[in-house]
Design a binder for this molecule. Structure first.
Ligand code: NAP
Length: 314
């Protein structure tokens, strides 16, 4: 139960009524006995800056940012983390402490989607370092996955996306990230800690030319919206032979809990993980940024997953 001293956080977006974040954060607070409360904040199109300044004035410790403001919020931030600069979108604001000299300091922006994906994959024993990876899609979720694959030192990444220009643009951005990583000083957001001397090799390939892929045990991250409810019978690549090339895969879609892409991968002998854990862990990562010293234990994550599954799938 929140007291008068509760740490207050929330989500801004438009709309926010469908957001599962209030349920998730308040369940974690209850399970862990945190004096913490999380509220939905619908914000009008022209009021993003006012909302950020207003939240600061009201003492909010942090905010999540959802559609359509993940890019639009960036000009209103005092600082940005490496994750925001690489992904180009921000989903978490963390209050900077007031300064006696500067007064209002505002918020630092983070993107916790990549960290959410990382923790979800780690739970499933899906190691990225040194792996040949497929990144299917080139939209917003793909950019978070792209940052993660570079950050964690994948050996190679092939981007497969319906629109080849977007695949090429994302591949070019990833090459820049990989080059920056290889020259980054220790202690910066992206230390040069990949495999000794290795830089992730990045390429783009039209999905219909998947037979050109040389490997047969890829780690795949499916980030398109193909197969999402209600179009549950679709998969971004329909040819079942493609799936023989995948050893492990994550589909970031969380409705349905088991996508056609996951079914095809499993039927071909691969291991799979759905998108709900990424969703949960991006929230957990934000909560941990707002509550320094708090580490959400596995049993609380399991409890929250059950509640969210009920909410999503009945
Ligand atoms: P987005 O920016 O709109 O990108 C959509 C992607 O899907 C693009 O690569 C697009 O290809 C592709 N696509 C859409 N329709 C297609 C079709 N008919 N055939 C082939 N490709 C198609 O969307 P997003 O924000 O990245 O979200 C994508 C999915 O990720 C959604 O299902 C969303 O719910 C999920 N997601 C999950 C999490 C999580 O925490 N688990 C977080 C973020 C997003 P083109 O470039 O050719 O248009």
């Amino acid at each position: 139960m929140a007291t008068g001293n509760a740490k207050v956080c929330g989500v801004i977006g438009n709309p926010v009524g469908h957001s599962l974040s209030p349920l998730m954060h308040n369940e974690i607070a209850k399970a862990m006995g945190l004096d913490y409360i999380y509220v939905p904040c619908p914000v009008a199109e022209d009021a993003v800056g006012d909302a950020v300044r207003g939240a600061y004035a009201l003492g909010f410790a942090g905010l999540n940012v959802t559609v359509p403001y993940k890019q639009r919020v960036i000009p209103f931030l005092a600082e940005t983390d490496e994750s925001v600069r690489c992904i180009g979108a921000c989903n978490t604001l963390v209050r900077l402490p007031d300064s006696k000299i500067e007064g209002y300091r505002g918020y630092k922006g983070y993107n916790t989607d990549a960290e959410g994906l990382f923790r979800a994959m780690r739970d499933q024993g899906m190691e990225i370092r040194g792996r040949d990876c497929l990144l299917i899609g080139a939209g917003g979720a793909a950019r978070a996955a792209a940052y993660l694959l570079i950050r964690e030192g994948a050996a190679s990444v092939t981007v497969l996306n319906r629109s080849q220009d977007k695949a090429e643009a994302l591949a070019a951005d990833m090459r820049r990230m990989a080059a920056e990583k290889s020259t980054a000083p220790p202690g910066s957001g992206m230390p040069p800690e990949g495999l000794s001397g290795s830089i992730t090799a990045v390429s783009a390939l039209p999905p219909e030319r998947w037979r050109k892929l040389p490997g047969d045990s890829y780690l795949a991250v499916q980030t398109t919206s193909v197969g999402m409810y209600p179009h549950v019978d679709a998969s971004p690549i329909e040819d079942r032979d493609f799936y023989k090339k995948i050893a492990q895969a994550v589909d970031v879609i969380y409705t349905p809990s088991r996508t056609r892409f996951m079914e095809f991968t499993e039927a071909a002998g691969g291991r799979v993980c759905g998108g709900l854990d990424m969703l949960i862990y991006q929230g957990v990562a934000a909560l941990e940024l707002w509550n320094p010293g708090v580490k959400v234990p596995r049993e609380v994550v399991d409890r929250v997953r059950k509640i969210m599954e009920e909410q999503l799938h009945g």
